[in-house]
Design a protein. Structure first.
Length: 81
């Protein structure tokens, strides 16, 4: 897949107490050398993930099953809305 131009990502769980991490020390990279390019650009920079879904009080989750419509029926529905 990499040879066809696809991007690949590697996730690695590590001990936060270690300060110096090198790509060649990651066991998965060593076990599958044929999958990874010869030169890795390095590990991605450390980033903080901020994600929040705001909820409103006294609301219930919306649970509606989606269903498919024939293109003709969908067009008619859009015209009516």
């Amino acid at each position: 897949m990499l040879r066809m131009g696809c991007k690949a990502y590697l996730a690695y769980v590590m001990n936060p107490g270690t300060k110096d991490v090198r790509v060649r020390d990651i066991r998965t990279v060593c076990d599958f050398l044929g999958v990874f390019p010869e030169e890795l650009s390095g590990l991605p920079p450390n980033r903080e993930v901020e994600f929040c879904i705001e909820l409103y009080e006294n609301t219930t989750p919306v649970s509606i099953d989606s269903y498919r419509m024939a293109p003709k029926d969908l067009k008619e529905l859009k015209m009516q809305l």
